[in-house]
Design a protein around this ligand. Structure first.
Ligand SMILES: C[S@@+](CC[C@H](N)C(=O)[O-])C[C@H]1O[C@@H](n2cnc3c(N)ncnc32)[C@H](O)[C@@H]1O
Length: 199
């Protein structure tokens, strides 16, 4: 899969655009200057760079070298700093209790690691920290606006509620939204959105 993402990000331009995800941008009230934010599977950095523009201290992690390269370029072009790191999250030594926010936008794991990765996100938070997540649901297979093409990689709200056991669900929504995120996320998309707080 890493090769797939490297190939996609080697293309000209930004695959999902250079503007933040709309659900994340709508959570601006969740952010304060100086907060430590971890953006996982951040791709080419559109969300990490926007978070840095909100004056957060941002760490972006993605396993695509091309993605990390473009994240650094986007940060430089916008005059902000992000700590862009290249790791496979399934093999990463996840930090524990360090972040105020974890941002996971359209990061889809296979079933054998999904719950463990979601628990790692929860544990990466300080007590009181919040995960901001958006992902595609199985209904997305009816649409042509992007996302994994197999049901195993898609998430239901129930599945996520179980994965984040121990976290407090502050918000959960399942909806069809119009995506305008570069050439690869365009059109109606079936998504689940969540805010999960570490008690
Ligand atoms: C659909 S893209 C979303 C990128 C970004 N979050 C955004 O919204 O623009 C999914 C990203 O997850 C990354 N990814 C998937 N599995 C990963 C893993 N095991 N470790 C690190 N990154 C991963 C891919 O490289 C890709 O950049």
């Amino acid at each position: 899969m890493k090769d797939f993402w490297n190939q996609r990000y080697a293309e000209q331009g930004y695959a999902y655009g250079d503007k933040p995800n709309a659900f994340l941008a709508a959570q601006k009230d969740q952010l304060q200057p100086g907060m430590r934010v971890l953006a996982v599977g951040d791709g080419e950095g559109r969300n990490g760079v926007w978070l840095a523009q909100q004056k957060c201290q941002v760490t972006c992690v993605d396993y695509s070298e091309q993605g990390v390269r473009k994240t650094k370029a986007l940060a430089a072009a916008n005059g902000v700093r992000v700590d862009a790191q290249c790791h496979d999250l399934t093999e990463w030594q996840w930090p524990q209790g360090e972040f105020d926010r974890v941002v996971s936008i359209f990061l889809h794991f296979p079933p054998n690691v999904r719950a463990a990765m979601h628990q790692a996100m929860l544990k990466a938070l300080k007590p009181g920290g919040v995960i901001i997540l958006e992902a595609f649901t199985p209904e997305q297979l009816n649409y042509k606006s992007g996302g994994p093409p197999v049901v195993e990689m898609l998430y239901t709200p129930e599945m996520l509620a179980e994965d984040f056991a121990g976290g407090e669900i502050l918000f959960q929504e399942q909806c069809v939204t119009f995506l305008e995120e570069g050439v690869y996320h365009h059109g109606d998309g079936a998504v689940v959105r969540m805010l999960i707080r570490r008690p």
